[in-house]
Design a protein around this ligand. Structure first.
Ligand code: SF4
Length: 387
């Protein structure tokens, strides 16, 4: 659909507003992000050093799509904070924890820190992730982020490293210990020793329709040490590129399949994708393929929705028979689940039988492998957008 001049102008006003609003929010809550390494930066570094270094140096992406994605995160956070407040819970937003290791400034910002005193003093660190589609398993980078937050909270518990800002960015409490911050902000008394407090981290992933929680993530004795070492390496590489001692192409990149590569802003000249010949004549075919795949996923969604409606209609009709609609008929029937051979339990049982029959020289793994059949090799087309 082609936008008219006035439609384009309206969207540009929206884009500019989102950009300004986002800048203001970031400055108020996170300060100058180039002056320190945040927990999400370090988690990204563990995924791909090149993307993390490039991300710290690049200008912010100000397309409406990117700005909306960032804002969606803030809107979700506001909604979730409002819901928790309505449920009567005590919490603080964007508590900042500062650390420094070998001259590298490190900061964690806790999206939400829920605190209570009874029956046992407890803190729940919630890291909120807004997403288009919820994953079945949490992303490793998100887990690293929340584990790093828990490690910093636990290890720096009583140290004057905690700062809380008001919504406009002005300081409410600066550089105090966490129990002191809770006393001042929430009127709650927590022990000075974190071992007497139940501390857990949780990932709360939310989309427009669903929410999923992953956790708990607990204190790990070596997490802060690992995190500091990674931050040190990251800072050294970043300074090298900033000061012209190294180029982005010298920074190691993720290897093998990596889900981030498709959406990575720096995939255009990434050495992970060795460049072959340039054949621009295939661009229209790839565009068309991408469009067809998008339409297929839209159609899949519509088909699923309609099927769900018809299943409910059949259930409400209270019959096992076909329902006649004139030109079609439909009914719902139960289908048995797919049966799958459990290789592990079969292996255990065979090993037990061979043992009891004094045939334990038989290699059960080799026996099973002799009866496995590999499918014929096939070719797979991989298409990535160059961002
Ligand atoms: S494209 Fe993949 S490997 Fe290359 S910088 Fe981005 S995330 Fe790293």
């Amino acid at each position: 659909m082609c936008e008219t001049g006035r439609e384009k102008a309206l969207l540009e006003v929206l884009r500019r507003g989102l950009e300004l609003h986002g800048q203001k929010q970031t400055e108020a809550q996170l300060g100058d992000r180039s002056a320190y390494l945040g927990m999400s930066d370090i988690a990204r570094y563990a995924d791909c050093p090149r993307a993390a270094v490039a991300g710290k140096l690049a200008e912010a992406d100000t397309t409406v799509e990117r700005l909306l994605t960032l804002q969606r995160g803030h809107w979700f956070e506001d909604g979730i904070a409002g819901s928790l407040a309505a449920a009567g819970l005590s919490f603080m937003r964007q508590v900042e924890i500062s650390d420094s290791y070998a001259g590298v400034p490190i900061r964690a910002h806790l999206d939400l820190a829920l605190v209570w005193e009874k029956p046992k003093p407890a803190v729940r660190v919630l890291e909120i992730k807004s997403m288009e589609t919820l994953p079945k398993e949490p992303y490793e980078a998100h887990e690293r982020q929340v584990m790093g937050q828990v490690a910093m909270l636990d290890e720096l518990w009583d140290a004057p490293r905690f700062t809380l800002r008001r919504e406009d960015g002005s300081i409410a409490h600066e550089k105090v210990g966490f129990p002191e911050l809770c006393r001042r902000e929430l009127g709650l008394n927590l022990p000075d020793n974190p071992e007497k407090v139940s501390i857990e981290g949780w990932l709360l992933c939310v989309s427009m329709r669903y929410a999923r929680a992953f956790g708990p993530y607990l204190w790990d004795a070596h997490a802060l040490e690992r995190l500091r070492e990674q931050a040190h390496e990251y800072w050294a590489l970043l300074s090298g590129v900033k000061e012209g001692r190294a180029a982005l192409s010298d920074i190691p990149h993720a290897t093998g399949f990596h889900p981030l590569c498709t959406s990575c802003q720096f995939n255009g000249d990434c050495p992970k994708f060795p460049q072959g010949a340039s054949q621009p004549q295939w661009e229209p075919a790839l565009d068309k393929l991408e469009n067809l795949k998008e339409r297929r996923s839209e159609l899949d969604g519509e088909i699923k929705e309609l099927e769900a409606v018809l299943k409910v209609a059949h259930q409400l009709a209270g019959t096992q028979d076909w329902i006649n609609t004139g030109g079609h008929r439909f009914r719902v029937s139960e289908i048995a689940g797919r049966s799958v051979l459990n290789r592990d339990t079969l292996k255990e049982e065979l090993a037990a039988i061979f043992y009891s029959e004094h045939m334990d020289d038989i290699d059960v793994d080799a026996l099973l492998a002799r009866h496995e059949r590999a499918g014929a090799p096939s070719s797979r087309l991989t298409v990535n957008a160059i961002n």
